[in-house]
Design a protein around this ligand. Structure first.
Ligand code: ATP
Ligand code: MG
Length: 563
């Protein structure tokens, strides 16, 4: 099927692209993902990456990765490297099309001179504050300053001297000369160049004037032959200026077309790089890749798969209206993927000793356990069983509450794939805490079978204490306590919603010996507990796991209810 020809499957952006292809407006569809290297990419960027690279792939075109690096004081090499790593990890490839806006600075400057010569730009001596005061409001027009009408030759001379470094930061700007009375504030002679004596992470010390984003971006797109420049809704009011720049700089047809879509917002999640940087700088999290962060590197460390993130991006689609997506949908996409693929393992997070009194000391049996019931090709593994086991603390109650079917004095349960055991007693410490549970096994129930048809209501996982390997497990909760980060008491800022208990470290856990060689980022389902992945902090002798997500899928329930 030619996807480009079936409008029923197309969102509004793909419809535009498909119709431009049909009309022959462009030979090749060219999109771009244009991050500013001033932070790590987050799940919102993933939406934009999937959209831009996805459209290019679908229509047989290409997508550029371009650094929008016009603001040198906030940009860093570390961010540049993280962006490339993250886009690749998500599964996309820009081929040879990696660009830096700063590589176009010379051409942007020449266009600046050209605009001055055409009477379309002027050097303004007003301070930032004066520019602001004269800009007007939504209901009042702006007021021109005396510099607006200075001769082009004078502006040209001043612009050249700005570049030569004759003036201090903020002393002058170059402004587009459009219309101080425009109903659109963005058209009231916006600043297009500012003086900033600061070195640039990519361009070095070559410049002390820098182009403003709104001037630079359309030029970057036009230089690269971008056909569809996809951005978020807040740029809708900037589109007339985008078009103005390309027209006035007399760039060849066809011009790139700016198309806006609604940015991704997620419940319980802050998405702005500025706020994420605050979390990092103030030590609320351990870094940009802390598994609680909504950054791509944080999600990766948490155990998310690129497939789940791409599936999520597909499901949310693109729209023209802002909305907030339930973070449980993202987790649902992840569970679906991991359920299919993650090998099952036994792990005990809060261990309690279980001694099988009638099992011979020193005896070891191996039981075959399925690696993934969802995937027959995944096969089985053997898990050793012996007299002393670890079980979950929570799987035993000395005084069971109603409907508690797991282990309690006198009660019988199944140890998964091994035997049925009946609790015979407990051992307590001086303080009266249960430190050991005693039980007897029924040799006739080998493999967990019940030849006499008797029923037990609970099946529990277990580990042989002599064979298990130690591990640290990090449990994560939401970083925010409220679905809307901005929902705060008067006088408080968004950080008052940070959940103080978003990380719990369990450093006395046990896992199957088969996990001993697991590599960083490998993902597993710990039976009955959730999905977990190996953290890069793992070292020889101490495995560290992150809980990726629990097994309970709230989203699936919501979907069911909605029928
Ligand atoms: P933030 O507001 O989080 O700081 P930004 O827009 O300043 O992000 P950029 O590096 O400029 O970050 O973004 C690169 C691209 O990603 C832009 O095209 C932008 O529109 C897109 N993008 C950023 N945030 C989102 C989001 N939440 N949803 C969808 N696209 C986004
Ligand atoms: Mg931006």
């Amino acid at each position: 099927m030619d996807l480009t020809d079936s409008p029923a499957t197309l969102d509004f952006i793909r419809e535009i692209v498909a119709s431009d292809r049909k009309s022959g407006k462009h030979a090749t569809v060219v999109t771009r993902f244009p991050p500013e290297p001033n932070g790590y990419l987050h799940i919102g960027h993933a939406k934009s990456i999937c959209l831009n690279f996805g459209i290019a792939a679908q229509f047989g075109g290409r997508c550029h990765l371009r650094y929008d690096d016009t603001n040198p004081t906030k940009e860093e090499q570390e961010y540049i490297e993280s962006i490339e790593r993250d886009v690749r990890w998500l599964g996309f490839d820009w081929g040879t099309h990696l660009y830096f806006a700063s590589d176009y600075f010379e051409r942007m400057y020449v266009w600046g001179e050209k605009l001055i010569e055409k009477g379309r730009a002027y050097v303004c001596d007003c301070s930032a504050e004066e520019v602001r005061q004269r800009r007007g409001t939504l209901t009042e027009p702006g007021r021109a300053c005396e510099h607006r009408d200075r001769p082009a030759a004078q502006s040209l001379d001043l612009f050249r001297r700005m570049r030569a470094g004759e003036f201090p930061d903020g002393a002058r700007t170059l402004r587009a000369r459009i219309d101080m009375g425009s109903g659109n504030i963005n058209m009231r002679d916006p600043v297009i160049y500012r003086i900033l004596h600061a070195p640039h992470p990519h361009a070095g010390a070559a410049w002390c004037i820098y182009p403003m984003y709104d001037y630079a971006h359309p030029l970057e797109d036009a230089i690269e032959g971008i056909t569809h420049s996809i951005c978020t809704l807040e740029f809708e009011d900037h589109r007339p200026f985008y078009d103005w720049v390309i027209d006035e700089c007399e760039l060849p047809e066809p011009h790139p077309r700016q198309i806006e879509f609604a940015r991704l917002n997620l419940t319980y999640t802050v998405m702005s790089k500025r706020k994420l940087l605050q979390l990092v700088q103030e030590g609320v999290v351990s870094g940009w890749d802390d598994p609680r962060m909504p950054t791509i590197s944080g999600l990766r460390r948490r155990g998310f798969t690129p497939e789940a993130i791409r599936d999520f991006a597909d499901r949310i689609g693109v729209a023209k209206r802002d909305s907030v997506v339930d973070v449980q949908l993202l987790e649902h996409c992840l569970r679906e993927d991991l359920n299919r693929r993650a090998p099952r393992k036994f792990a005990v997070l809060r261990p309690l000793k279980l001694v099988i009194e009638n099992y011979p000391e020193g005896q070891v049996e191996e039981f075959e356990v399925s690696n993934n019931p969802e995937d027959p090709a995944a096969g089985t593994r053997s898990v050793p069983f012996s007299r002393v086991l670890w079980i979950e603390h929570d799987d035993f109650r000395e005084t069971p509450p109603p409907k508690y079917f797991r282990l309690s004095p006198g009660n019988e349960v199944r140890l998964r794939s091994a035997y049925l055991v009946r609790c015979t007693g407990v051992v307590k410490d001086a303080a009266g805490h249960v430190v050991e549970v005693r039980a007897a096994y029924d040799p006739a129930t080998r493999g967990g079978a019940t030849p006499d048809g008797r029923k037990v209501k609970a099946t529990m996982h277990w580990l042989s204490a002599d064979h298990a390997v130690p591990a640290e497990v990090r449990l994560y909760d939401r970083l925010l306590t409220k679905p809307d980060a901005g929902d705060v008491e008067e006088g408080q800022d968004w950080k008052s919603n940070i959940n103080p208990d978003s990380l719990e470290v369990l450093d006395n856990c046990w896992v199957e010996a088969s996990l001993a060689g697991a590599a960083s980022e490998e993902r597993f389902q710990f039976e009955r507990l959730g999905y977990f992945c190996v953290d890069p902090d793992s070292a020889a002798g101490k495995l560290v796991f992150n809980r990726t997500v629990t097994l309970r899928d709230a989203w699936a329930k919501i979907e069911q209810k909605q029928g």
